[in-house]
Design a protein around this ligand. Sequence first.
Ligand SMILES: [Zn+2]
Length: 305
Amino acid sequence: MKATQTDQLTGTITEFHSLFPGEDEVIDFLFGLRWPDGFICPSCREKSPGVHPARTFICPKCGNLSSLTTGTIMHGTKKNLSQWLLAIWWLSANEKGASARELQRLLELSSYQTAWTWLQKLRMAISFADREPCKGVVELGCSEVTPAWERHEEALVFTAAEFILPLGVTGRIRMSMAFDCSEKAMVQFLQKAVKEKSSLIAPGFAPFSHLEQSNYSYIIDSKTEIPKRIEEINSSFEIWLHKIHRGGVSLKHLQLYLDEFCFHNNASLMANRHSIFMALVQGVLEATPTSYKEIVQTGAGGKRK
Ligand SMILES: [Zn+2]
């Protein structure tokens, strides 16, 4: 994909096919992103700059067979990589939210399970693509969300949201499931979700009451138990979840959906569609492989390499 082609992307499927007309173009593109200075063998870690872009490689140094997808979220796939890239393109251009049924139709997959697994894997990649913490003036809250209205389940979620002055609009958001609303859990959330030295607007009681001793400025919002902005974000998340995924989702997979919801919000603040797409492709190449069985059993997100 040439730089001149990326300024005004609209995100349509037709546009994707004009930028990536075939499997060779997709392989060239992914190879260049994964190994910009030439092939590095996933087995022996030796560089071999003379190796040309391909789907599979035999390392000239150690003789091991590896693939462009080795060690990525696409690890072990037998499908064309152009299908994977189309799925990434579609998810990054999808502002409202994505369902496995839609992905199944788009890729003409015979199996719903394959579409569901791919989408869960792409959601795992989102946590790698969307890592920038909130900063500046940030509202903070811990409250319950309901991932499946019919099942009456609830989950505790920490939510952080930038408060952009002077208009007071919402900027980047981060959300994370918590076992409890303890001070320890909140500190763990803040370390990942909010840049140090930011100003936090939070309620004036536990677990927030010791925030003044932390690396943040603490502005007490004494009016409410949960800041209004946080309440609105959590409520929007529940509505989004039930609209896109009728019947809701299970608690063990909830974090993936929180990540996707934050990604759509945060992507809307990015300069252009190309940046969103590239961030998600990088996430797919960086996140570790997870099988369908692991996703179903644990709902675990990818681990950082
Ligand atoms: Zn090697």
